[in-house]
Design a protein around this ligand. Structure first.
Ligand SMILES: *[C@@H]1O[C@H](CO)[C@@H](O)[C@H](O)[C@H]1NC(C)=O
Ligand SMILES: *[C@@H]1O[C@H](CO)[C@@H](O)[C@H](O)[C@H]1NC(C)=O
Ligand SMILES: *[C@@H]1O[C@H](CO)[C@@H](O)[C@H](O)[C@H]1NC(C)=O
Ligand SMILES: *[C@@H]1O[C@H](CO)[C@@H](O)[C@H](O)[C@H]1NC(C)=O
Ligand SMILES: *[C@@H]1O[C@H](CO)[C@@H](O)[C@H](O)[C@H]1NC(C)=O
Length: 268
């Protein structure tokens, strides 16, 4: 954790010297506000005007900056605000943000496939208690290489957990995907997390949950079907052969003399 912070600091300080952060972070919050429905007015303190003093965006509800006198967003805490819409736009311009909390709102639709390009330094991402869906969790989540905490619980994700999440999120110490509609086996390196973090997904299986029974059933079922196919082909061949033989050589089958007169010669 300490090492991560030091690395991020070095990366950010090297970026700071160019001092293009302010305009970029203001644009980030402006774009983000425009892209969401804010029926509770939770973002009404977000007033953008040129007369604002340096670092004025750092006073905004939910915004925490690296330093109060410089408009560089560090954390964006937008949980429990009644926000509606899809995953917000503009976040890539908050280019030194390390925490994004959008939890417990009414956000829906898919996560962007290039989420790692949009949130390159994110260490904590909380999207829980929304209605995010759009099928699977995008494999690009696996490219969020500084991620330490990932909360996706209580959404509508379906399909499998991407293998990239298991392979590449080496720093992850908290993962919660409970209460979605996920299925399939849990990738190996995510199996260290406790079962309640995967609960409420009917189709998820493998450690730390129960064995992957369904897949096993499917395999047995397929094998049986193959056996059935083979035996029905065998049956059909046997039937045709039997029929032909019986047709040409009926005497082999009819031993009862009284029936012989009903046999007529085919090839006289
Ligand atoms: C905002 O981000 C986009 C995409 O990364 C970039 O092209 C643009 O220059 C940024 N705007 C500012 C003001 O930095
Ligand atoms: C500019 O922002 C300040 C502080 O948020 C606000 O009091 C003022 O009304 C704004 N001015 C305009 C023209 O929007
Ligand atoms: C979500 O927010 C509502 C109020 O907006 C609150 O009552 C509820 O406890 C919150 N749920 C979680 C899981 O934080
Ligand atoms: C994510 O947000 C939910 C709801 O607001 C909260 O209960 C949970 O503790 C948060 N998770 C993390 C890791 O902060
Ligand atoms: C993830 O990063 C790798 C290497 O940087 C890149 O090739 C790949 O396209 C990225 N995947 C996604 C889904 O962004």
């Amino acid at each position: 954790m300490m090492m991560n912070l030091i690395i991020i600091w070095i990366l950010l300080l090297s970026g700071l010297s160019s001092c293009s952060g302010t305009a970029s972070d203001v644009l980030c919050l402006q774009t983000l506000k425009q892209s969401l429905f804010d029926s509770n007015g939770a973002l009404s303190s977000w007033e953008f005007n040129s007369s604002g003093t340096v670092g004025y965006i750092c006073q905004f509800n939910g915004v925490e900056c690296w330093h109060p006198s410089e408009s560089r967003v560090l954390f964006l805490n937008l949980g429990n605000m009644g926000l509606e819409g899809s995953f917000p736009q503009g976040v890539q311009n908050c280019s030194s943000m390390t925490l994004l909390d959008l939890s417990n709102n009414s956000l829906s639709g898919p996560l962007p496939g290039d989420i790692a390009r949009q949130l390159p330094f994110i260490t904590s991402l909380n999207l829980s208690h929304n209605s995010f869906s759009g099928g699977e969790i995008p494999s690009g989540v696996g490219n969020l290489s500084y991620l330490v905490q990932l909360s996706l619980e209580h959404n509508r994700f379906t399909g499998r957990l991407p293998e990239t999440m298991g392979d590449r999120l080496a720093r992850l110490t908290l993962l919660n995907v409970a209460d979605n509609s996920l299925s399939g086996p849990i990738p190996g390196s995510l199996q260290k997390f406790s079962p309640e973090n995967f609960a409420g997904n009917d189709g998820l299986c493998g450690a730390p949950l129960g064995k992957c029974k369904r897949r096993f059933h499917v395999r047995i079922h397929l094998r049986l079907r193959r056996v059935n196919d083979a035996s029905s082909v065998g049956g059909a061949v046997g039937f045709v052969v039997g029929f032909v033989v019986a047709f040409y050589f009926p005497q082999w089958f009819l031993f009862c003399g009284s029936l012989r007169r009903y046999i007529f010669p085919v090839c006289a």
